[in-house]
Ligand binder design. Structure first.
Ligand SMILES: *Cc1c(COP(=O)(O)O)cnc(C)c1O
Length: 462
């Protein structure tokens, strides 16, 4: 038996689930928290937003999931059908990385690079496209930072017969031409952001014609277009409660997989841009921790150039640069802060998921920031031992994994480390080129610029 727990000594490398063992519901952590998260506020009235305020942007099924207090939501059969193209995803034991580090730690990574887009993003793109199609919507707009989300949504829209229009952050658009080709292969239209097609884009270009762009600006462009189209809606690849919930299938699978080898994590680390892959892996484990059944340390890892959790202010702010979205209480560096064009484009977001921010404020998770050269060093070591070239984003999780594994070596403890390898880097090779040529500069924390951006936070909202 491939997954016989008695096989632990036989160096089992992949821990697999049958399709019949795939979870059939998403987990909503909100009702299990000791305090509810603060509500999003209407930018005009500063009152909590109601479902009707969000209706121009999202289908009602997703709005209901966004505010749901049910612990579990059944995954529609049509979505499970698509998930089976790549799910359940493998959990790996990193025997070779452990050996290279000489650590007694046991390292496990949950690999989402097996999906059509090459990351965890289709886990939410597919249900988002499904619910929109079900409500008669014809087209979706979105932004993309690393190109992963744009690819995922383009794929999902192709399956459910929706048109798809993507604004890709300029720095990423220039670094990753094959993401554009892949998005077009799936049938979507793509623009570099800022673009001249929207008011938000024209304003950003007037401010700085050479701007590398940001997720905040690209979100403004996609929201602006969706809001003016009665048959169009907007889709977000991270940050929102329903997105994090769709990703919990990662953690539910990982928990079932670890149970097969009779192991329990002591430390769980993941990278955070808007928080979705991290929440997806960790929320089911946090449920068990809150119930007193396990006690892992759970840690988010962010880039030094965009450290919203570790250096941001916890305050109400806009989700986008132009101020078109509701106000969300979150860790923010300021909605008009433009991070340096680091290679982990998916981590260049000025804010953090409000739900994850709330959980951080409650003291239920930790956070740290790491410089990109240390991350790529870990990414290259991972590639040379485990054979998978990681996307630049999860190299942050791998750097934290290496730190933990070396700590375990120091203390001689058999720490069980679980991490999310949320995407492969096969379309990110320009970044590896830079790193291997010795041209990668370290991303410093831009303290002055953040302080300046924080002066423009919406005031008097607590
Ligand atoms: C989008 C993306 C991220 C960042 O988003 P999260 O919501 O924080 O997960 C990280 N890694 C990869 C591979 C991505 O595609």
């Amino acid at each position: 038996m491939a997954n016989d727990p008695d096989d632990r000594g036989a160096k089992q490398t992949k821990i697999l689930l049958e399709e019949s063992e795939m979870p059939t519901r998403w987990y909503n952590i909100v009702p299990d928290l000791p305090a509810p998260p603060p509500p999003p506020l209407h930018p005009g009235t500063h009152e909590p937003v109601g479902p009707e305020d969000l209706a121009p942007l999202f289908p009602m099924a997703l709005i209901m999931q966004e505010v749901s207090t049910d612990s579990y939501i059944d995954i529609p059969e049509e979505v499970l059908d698509v998930y089976r193209l790549w799910r359940p995803s493998p959990l790996y034991r990193a025997h070779r990385l452990e050996a290279a580090l000489g650590t007694p730690a046991r390292i496990y990574y949950k690999y989402e690079g097996v999906s059509p887009a090459g990351s965890h993003k289709p886990n939410t793109a597919v249900p988002q496209a499904f619910y929109n199609a079900q409500e008669g919507i014809k087209r979706l707009t979105t932004e993309t930072g690393a190109g992963q989300w744009g690819t995922a949504l383009a794929f999902a829209c192709a399956l459910f017969d929706l048109e798809c229009e993507v604004w890709q952050v300029r720095s990423s658009y220039d670094q990753k031409p094959y993401r554009k080709a892949m998005i077009e292969t799936f049938g979507a239209t793509i623009h570099a952001s800022p673009s001249v097609l929207t008011e938000a884009g024209r304003k950003a270009l007037a401010n700085d014609p050479e701007t590398p762009g940001s997720l905040g600006i690209a979100i403004s462009e996609a929201v602006e277009v969706a809001a003016q189209d009665p048959e169009g809606r907007y889709a977000l690849g991270s940050v929102l409660n329903h997105v994090l919930m769709h990703q919990t299938i990662i953690g539910e699978e990982a928990m079932a997989q670890l149970a097969k080898v009779d192991d329990t994590p002591d430390v769980i680390v993941g990278c955070t841009g808007g928080g979705s892959n991290f929440a997806g892996l960790t929320f089911p484990f946090l449920r068990e921790k809150l119930a007193g059944r396990i006690s892992p340390t759970i840690r988010a890892v962010e880039p030094a150039a965009c450290p919203s959790l570790t250096k941001g202010t916890y305050a109400y702010d806009f989700g986008d640069t132009a101020g078109l979205t509701p106000l969300m209480k979150m860790h923010t560096l300021g909605h008009d802060f433009i991070p340096d064009p680091i290679h982990a484009g998916g981590l260049r977001y000025h804010g953090m998921s409000p739900l994850l921010s709330h959980i951080y404020e409650l003291g239920l998770i930790e956070a740290e920031s790491i410089h990109q050269t240390e991350c790529f060093e870990a990414g290259v070591q991972f590639a040379r031992t485990e054979g998978i070239v990681p996307a630049p984003e999860p190299t942050h999780a791998l750097a934290a994994t290496v730190r933990e594994a070396l700590k375990a070596k120091e203390s001689g403890s058999e720490t069980v480390i679980l991490t999310a390898l949320c995407g492969h880097g096969l379309l990110d090779m320009a970044a590896y080129d830079r790193y291997l040529a010795g041209d990668m500069v370290d991303d410093d924390y831009p303290e002055e610029r953040v302080r300046d951006a924080l002066t423009r936070l919406p005031q008097d909202l607590g």
